[in-house]
Ligand binder design. Structure first.
Ligand SMILES: *Cc1c(COP(=O)(O)O)cnc(C)c1O
Length: 227
């Protein structure tokens, strides 16, 4: 099992090395021992979607691990991850941005964030609409936030076997990203990242310009939830 995790990581890393997409190994529900084996195999970039689990794993594991917060983040929990989190992927409100900024300032850091945009057909996904992002980025409240940097956009495609649907959603996200880059962020070299792709659709995402794929079950197997 452990062997196959290292092999999966190596296989995916090699596959993605031919693209511009970096791999984030999503370790939610997986024990520290499993992550330690992957770490010993040389892999240092991990993603979690729950604050408590992320903090526990951060504390238990080597400090040169790059931790990505990928899930929905509640405002009152930002303070626990602000001192160490590498990137925050799912930012979906101004209120959350303001809190990240406040906690980043306390930690004397500048925290890189992705704005999550709603691209799927399903109703349940979190995220901004395009109009909301344009409005947000133009606002004075946003411009006053000096301890965050928006590095790019994050989006999740519909959970469907229809690959053309998935591809068109990723294309849509990429096009909007390029539009923002050439207008709003024209002079800002930091707006460079596109967080898209999971186990089921990372190949399509990579083809459509993803720079970070968040992959869990294709590396570690299916997740078992205890409650
Ligand atoms: C769990 C999760 C992933 C990884 O999902 P897999 O299908 O297991 O690859 C990616 N992104 C987010 C936001 C997640 O919560």
């Amino acid at each position: 099992m452990i062997n196959s995790i290292a092999q999966n990581l190596q296989f995916l890393t090699e596959k993605l090395s031919k693209t511009n997409t970096k791999l984030i190994a999503v370790t939610k529900t997986k024990p520290v021992e499993t992550i330690m084996k992957a770490y010993e195999a040389g892999f240092k970039r991990y993603g979690e979607n729950k604050v408590q689990e992320l903090v526990e794993k951060y504390e238990a594991l080597p400090k040169d691990i790059e931790w990505h917060m990928i899930g929905h983040l509640q405002t009152n929990k930002v303070k626990y991850i602000a001192p160490f989190v590498h990137f925050i992927h799912g930012v979906d409100s101004l209120k959350l941005l303001e809190e990240i900024n406040k906690q980043a300032l306390k930690s004397e850091r500048i925290i890189p964030v992705f704005l999550q945009i709603y691209i799927a057909k399903e109703e349940t996904k979190f995220g901004f609409s395009k109009e909301e992002i344009v409005e947000l980025l133009a606002s004075n409240q946003f411009k006053s936030l000096k301890n965050i940097v928006v590095v790019g956009l994050m989006g999740m495609a519909s959970n469907t076997l229809d690959n053309e649907q998935v591809r068109s959603e990723f294309k849509n996200l990429k096009t909007f990203f390029e539009t923002l880059k050439s207008t709003t962020f024209a002079n800002d070299f930091k707006f460079t990242e596109l967080s898209m792709g999971m186990s089921g659709d990372f190949e399509i995402a990579a083809e459509e310009g993803s720079t970070y794929a968040r992959i869990g079950s294709a590396i570690f197997g299916e997740r078992k939830y205890l409650n």
